[in-house]
Design a protein around this ligand. Sequence first.
Ligand SMILES: NC(=O)c1ccc[n+]([C@@H]2O[C@H](COP(=O)([O-])OP(=O)(O)OC[C@H]3O[C@@H](n4cnc5c(N)ncnc54)[C@H](O)[C@@H]3O)[C@@H](O)[C@H]2O)c1
Ligand SMILES: NC(=O)c1ccc[n+]([C@@H]2O[C@H](COP(=O)([O-])OP(=O)(O)OC[C@H]3O[C@@H](n4cnc5c(N)ncnc54)[C@H](O)[C@@H]3O)[C@@H](O)[C@H]2O)c1
Lengths: 207, 207
Amino acid sequence: SLPQYTLKRLTEYLNILYQLREKGISSISSGELAQRMNITDVQVRKDLSCFDSIGKRGVGYDIDKFISIIEEDLGLNRELSVIIIGAGRLGSALIHYKRLSKARFRVKAGFDIAKDKINKTINKVKIFSIEKLDEYLKENKIDIAVFTVPEDEVEGIMDIIKKSDIKAILNFSPGIINSRENLIVRNLDIVSDFKILSYKIKEKNNA
Amino acid sequence: SLPQYTLKRLTEYLNILYQLREKGISSISSGELAQRMNITDVQVRKDLSCFDSIGKRGVGYDIDKFISIIEEDLGLNRELSVIIIGAGRLGSALIHYKRLSKARFRVKAGFDIAKDKINKTINKVKIFSIEKLDEYLKENKIDIAVFTVPEDEVEGIMDIIKKSDIKAILNFSPGIINSRENLIVRNLDIVSDFKILSYKIKEKNNA
Ligand SMILES: NC(=O)c1ccc[n+]([C@@H]2O[C@H](COP(=O)([O-])OP(=O)(O)OC[C@H]3O[C@@H](n4cnc5c(N)ncnc54)[C@H](O)[C@@H]3O)[C@@H](O)[C@H]2O)c1
Ligand SMILES: NC(=O)c1ccc[n+]([C@@H]2O[C@H](COP(=O)([O-])OP(=O)(O)OC[C@H]3O[C@@H](n4cnc5c(N)ncnc54)[C@H](O)[C@@H]3O)[C@@H](O)[C@H]2O)c1
């Protein structure tokens, strides 16, 4: 089982590798990957030591092979179905986000409470009333639910999700939802990324 | 200088600590923090060993003290000014996001190209024409620029940002912007979080 931060790094390697492949570049050394990631060569090679078939050190890693090995390891060789709960600004940004479907995460439906959003179609995704969520999940296999609703609405929606076969939640709503035995939860707060920038700005000012 | 992943963990500790403080809890042990973070006790204590004034092991860390030490270390004891470039779905979600201003990141202005968005005010933030960005940055001290524009627009906007005194970019637009000597860049792609969920779902299915 991959540690949390190796997992995160692997998704970041993927982003760099896709970009290089698009430019027609076919191989990359661990040193160059480390430089682009702003981490040590040692760290990169440590991460890749779990994959013995990636390629030879020194010669550089073959990018296509590298990509397919990480994708396979992350389980990205299949489609995962997604619903967006709360089709507001953030929810609709995700429904429109092309990279999501390119990465094979299919948004199957959205749910909302507002009359002017229900029964509309956004980027081919139908928005249903939140009242229909329970029934929808009985009739449709959904892997991931995304929460983009106001904070107070989370608890009520969690009651429905917990009874369903949904495997994981990506939570953008304020408040931490705890993972439980049958439900993987990832809480995302963009403020953390601002705080990381705040530290780096402070560091640079002190330099 | 804190390593990348310690930095990320510190922001995550903060989120947990705020939540506990709101519930009126005044102390927490490294073991309990580790459990909530789903990481090892060893990792937590290793991260906190850089802060010798946090508190005694065994007794648990005082939450108020813990919070103020991390906040100080991350440079969060001051306001940072932010502009949002691209006031669409994602950009306006950030302009409305209350937690951002609570964490003292002040959105001073937005910029856009669409006639129906320019000269509007969203959540007290004025949206200017992108044509005015150059001049605005000469007259206003801005710390962080957020990019929430379509991919092809990034390069032209980068030309303006590079000439200004902006210290850091938080980039949501597709494509990786490389950090350079005088500019800190953080590229964020929510697809990575979906990929992490994909791995955890695959792992659970295999268990
Ligand atoms: N995690 C982050 O980094 C981050 C960033 C921005 C916003 N947010 C949060 O995400 C949430 C959404 O932000 P937004 O800007 O899109 O707000 P929004 O108001 O545009 O969207 C919220 C949507 O949820 C709908 N809704 C309300 N109650 C509902 C319910 N019970 N069931 C289904 N839908 C319901 C609303 O009708 C609306 O369409 C907010 O809580 C905001 O604080 C988080
Ligand atoms: N990183 C992520 O995880 C993530 C998630 C969702 C969307 N996105 C990306 O973020 C971007 C914005 O997404 P969105 O859903 O808000 O799209 P949107 O179309 O609602 O918003 C884009 C805004 O940029 C404006 N714009 C276009 N050209 C401009 C220019 N030259 N200068 C200033 N403003 C300009 C548009 O008028 C529009 O208001 C897209 O590129 C999208 O792919 C990234």
